[in-house]
Design a binder for this molecule. Sequence first.
Ligand code: SF4
Ligand code: SF4
Length: 636
Amino acid sequence: MLGNVAIARGFLEAGLQFAAAYPGTPSTEIVEALSTASRVLGGKPYVEWSTNEKVAVEAALGAAIAGVRAVATMKHVGLNVAADPFFSSAYLGVSGALVIVTADDPWMWSSQNEQDNRWYGLHAYVPVIEPTGAQDAKEAARLALSYSEKYKRPFILRTTTRIAHTRVPVDTGEIPLEKLEPQGEFIKDPSKWTLVPQYARRKRLELLDFWDKVSEELADFPLNSVEGSGDIAVVGVGIGYRYAKEAISMLGAQDKITLFKVSTSVPLPRALAEKISSYDTILVIEEGDPVVEMQLKTVLQELGSRARVYGKHGKPLLPRYGELGLEKVVSALSTVLGIEPPTWAKEPPKPSGQKLPPRPPVLCPGCPYRGFFYALRRAVNKLRLKPVYSGDIGCYSLGVNPPFYVQDTIIEMGGSIGAGNGFSHVLRGDRDIVIAIIGDSTFFHSGVPPLINAVYNKAPLLVIVLDNHTTAMTGHQPHPGTGVLAIGEQVEPMSIESVARGVGVEKVLVADPFDVKDSETKLVEALRYVKENKKPAVLVAKGACILVALRTAAKNGIRPVPYRVNLEKCTGCGICYTAFNCPAIYRRPDGKAEIDPALCTGCGVCAEICPFKAFEPVEEPNPEWFKIMRTARPVY
Ligand code: SF4
Ligand code: SF4
């Protein structure tokens, strides 16, 4: 079972009734598994993909206030979006249960930063449970919901990439089917549910009392344990425990070590910290920042202990960046044991594999964004503009790479339009226009408020919404523009154009990204409008994610026809493999172009951009394929 699926299973075994999420790697599969379960179980528990993480936490909090067992799941940066209701939830508490899953991404496999969200737990006074593996993750999910229900407070379940995406056999328990139906009831009590100062002040004191109490009681948390009776204490936190266990056995150091398995990282239970403090040498192994190590050191200082504590703080034996790995842990443990580490662990591999040639990820062959970016560069050149490309998070972030260079900034979800507001009011000099590029799911996530801001404050910027009818980067989850709910029910899709018009954008255009000429014409029109009217415009480019289109075609028995190069016509001008850069096209030694038929998706855009008409399909294509390319939506 995948770690994330195990977490979903644990929630179901605890009688989960409500789940809300915005997709984000490495958290996505939790709610995917829950929505599959809900489909099978006739809509129980209630499961939704929310428009963003803030909405997900608000919705789950509302359900939990009404007495329901609820979870909200997200990747680590999602908690930044949800921070406002999250902090308030600690004060409010719940009637049922509320667990917030944060899936942290050390070494940023698919994220803009590395952040250890256990700090959020310390900051907001929300306990953090940290599983050590997939089996533990199932148990931790179950326990987190039941502890939340017991204390009537939100709990965080923190995972990291290796736990979320590890696949191992997991023992399962019963799912109490009769408990999954959400039956909320709101009991009116403003003193309990409103955070006006007169009540919030009292709640602050209650929260501190809770913190002291939970800090004592979590020492007996069922997933905490102690192994061995050696003189050196090793504190394995979350997945750090797995690495510690393996490293100890690899170095044959079982008789020298007492291994503390810690799943309650925040607050580190006082009784547990005191037990650890009785050792002279302590090594703390945790992924992310030294969150447990620093809490432990505080207790040691209070006790006047002279124990030497090793980890990531002070003179670190473990780095404060990237994922933990066996080499790093073996190396740290060897130092503590005073032995020579094995050669393979002496120099933990440097992150990012600098010795390999850099291979930046590329847009898929047949991706609608490629033709559109090509048209964008042409339109900008035609009008002799020097834009600032205010970028965003999604597949289109790849526009940062050559040959397009159409992402000058990438900040966070919705940041393209948000920062675009700022750029457009202050830019002087030769940067003469702002182009904000955002995807459809991201537009619904957090693109609407900054668009409202742009309209109201007359920010002259062009907002391009690349609408591929799905949340592509995380695996094709639905959003309000797709016309389907998490559990597969069809609903009326929301139109991005109507939303834009609804908030007051006067110039709204729709372009076909597979038609380079059409896109270029619309772009020129929109850019001229922004320049001349000093107001925002929105251009929606609609073309399906090619992966979804290929799947849809296969289901309908339609075979896309690959293209080939007519070498008689090809002059070797290089436009297709340099300026357009489809990965299926490569340069022959004689400078002419050639297509790898195994990669070609038959989108036909190369035939549009070649000035010498050298591209042609290998046989007559099925016109249905071109329709599918533009309109396909995932089937859920
Ligand atoms: S754009 Fe056309 S002519 Fe130029 S290299 Fe490619 S196939 Fe040949
Ligand atoms: S048809 Fe042309 S542009 Fe489309 S995938 Fe094939 S080679 Fe690339």
